[in-house]
Ligand binder design. Structure first.
Ligand SMILES: Cc1cc2nc3c(=O)[nH]c(=O)nc-3n(C[C@H](O)[C@H](O)[C@H](O)COP(=O)(O)OP(=O)(O)OC[C@H]3O[C@@H](n4cnc5c(N)ncnc54)[C@H](O)[C@@H]3O)c2cc1C
Length: 410
């Protein structure tokens, strides 16, 4: 027997157990596939690791988590998002009117739910650990992924190599899976840093998520349970460093000023984490026997809650395509699956990347009067024309086109 024939073989090897890798694992287990998932740890100790971000999950992402039996573990920590408000705080001319988007205009469901990232990843990891179809393989890191004609060989630095028919690269922005598949990227920096944390406030948030558009970037407050909100505050790197160095009381005072006192007094602020902002999009989303999901495929600035929601659509799509190939007894990493995944994900990923990048740049380069005027006219039209507003809400907040069945309510 050859060395590779002696290896343990899996249907799918997932590199990375962040939110997208674990979701792909749980969704593929629903399709009956045998999966191995590699990472240095499973579950998340967010605050201990200094990551205090919260994640606004849009409704189709919530349906996905319901359909893979993870949502019940998330619900105790999640808060519904009923209204999305956009406030122009750039002070530029012409002023852009504020706009509120109500979920009730689209139907009975909220736009989605906000949940601490650590709770989401832990819920996924807990569920994956109970599945007999998922092997969680702890390793310092995977160091080699060879895409061969008949299977892929995956080698962890500190364990035995395994083989798999399909590799899911869920290993983040610096993806090894992407590099080893020979997939190139376009990447860029924004000269912006996002500060993420949560804070307690005296006035109720009324389930309103507000995005203040400022010259340095957006400042977003997203409701959490109780009188508490998640914060993403985008600033120039120098200002972000200054804000990170402030003591809690002074940070709370400056935050209260930045949100114009809309949430009353700010009593308590969690540990803050800083994320330098960059953008990245892979030239292809699948090659060889490897498909890319989440940050391995695309990195966007945190505007309009697009990043992970896009990654969860990747995860649901590969589960659907691989699940169907499995039923037809086809090669899970064969040319058909690989081409189909790339085709199905291309327009969603490219259009979101372009839209988020464009919105961010209109804030940064708002000195260019036509851009500011275009924003002002656009928002004015949205306020005046309910059908246009609903169409924009559907596309931006509740996209329905080309979703796999796992992302609909059952
Ligand atoms: C401040 C901030 C706020 C955000 N808010 C939102 C929001 O409200 N809504 C939203 O949709 N998105 C949001 N996002 C985006 C979201 O956080 C990301 O899209 C998401 O975390 C990406 O997850 P991922 O699983 O693809 O990658 P990661 O979380 O980076 O996970 C990659 C995993 O791969 C592992 N790994 C890497 N290399 C290897 C290797 N060689 N071997 C084994 N394992 C490896 C790593 O250990 C890690 O666990 C926000 C982002 C930021 C910065």
């Amino acid at each position: 027997m050859s060395d590779t024939a002696k290896m343990k073989h899996y249907d799918v090897a997932i590199i990375g157990a962040g939110a997208t890798g674990l979701t792909a694992a749980c969704a593929m287990a629903e399709e009956g596939l045998e999966i191995v998932c590699f990472d240095k740890s499973f579950g998340f100790e967010g605050e201990k690791k200094g990551d205090t971000r919260t994640i606004a999950l849009l409704q189709n992402s919530v349906y996905l988590l319901q359909n893979i039996s993870v949502w019940e573990k998330c619900l105790p920590f999640a808060e519904p998002l009923n209204i999305m408000k956009v406030v122009d705080d750039t002070g530029r001319f012409p002023p852009v009117p504020s706009a509120s988007f109500k979920a009730s205009e689209l139907g009975p469901d909220p736009f989605g739910y906000n949940i601490p990232n650590d709770r989401l990843v832990s819920a996924l990891a807990e569920h994956a650990a109970t599945s007999s179809d998922i092997t969680l393989s702890q390793t310092k890191r995977v160091v080699s992924i060879k895409n061969r004609a008949d299977k892929a060989i995956i080698t962890p630095v500190d364990g035995n190599p395994v083989s798999a028919s399909l590799v899911v690269g869920a290993d983040g922005a610096h993806s090894l899976a992407r590099a080893q598949a020979g997939i190139k990227t376009n990447s860029w920096n924004y000269n912006q840093t996002a500060i993420a944390c949560w804070f307690e406030h005296s006035l109720p948030h009324q389930n309103i998520s507000t995005e203040f558009h400022r010259k340095a970037g957006p400042l977003v407050v997203v409701p959490m349970q109780g009188n508490k909100c998640g914060l993403v505050w985008v600033e120039t790197p120098a200002n972000a460093n200054r804000l990170m160095d402030l003591d809690e009381a002074e940070f709370a005072r400056q935050l209260k000023e930045a949100v114009h006192g809309s949430l009353g007094t700010i009593n308590k602020v969690s540990r803050r984490s800083a994320f330098p902002l960059s953008g990245l999009v892979a030239n292809r989303f699948a090659k060889g026997r490897t498909v890319l999901v989440g940050h391995a495929a695309h990195v966007l600035p945190p505007i309009g809650a697009q990043g992970l929601n896009l990654g969860l659509r990747d995860a649901a799509m590969i589960a659907d395509i691989a699940g169907k190939a499995f039923i037809r007894a086809e090669d899970l990493g064969g040319a058909g699956v690989i081409a189909e995944y790339d085709r199905q994900r291309r327009s969603d990923i490219m259009s979101r990347t372009f839209a988020v990048d464009f919105l961010n740049r209109t804030l940064l380069h708002g000195w260019f009067p036509p851009l500011q005027a275009t924003r002002a006219i656009g928002v004015g039209l949205l306020k005046l024309l309910p059908p246009l507003r609903k169409a924009v809400m559907r596309e931006g907040i509740a996209p329905q086109r080309n979703l796999p069945p796992l992302m609909y309510s059952r």
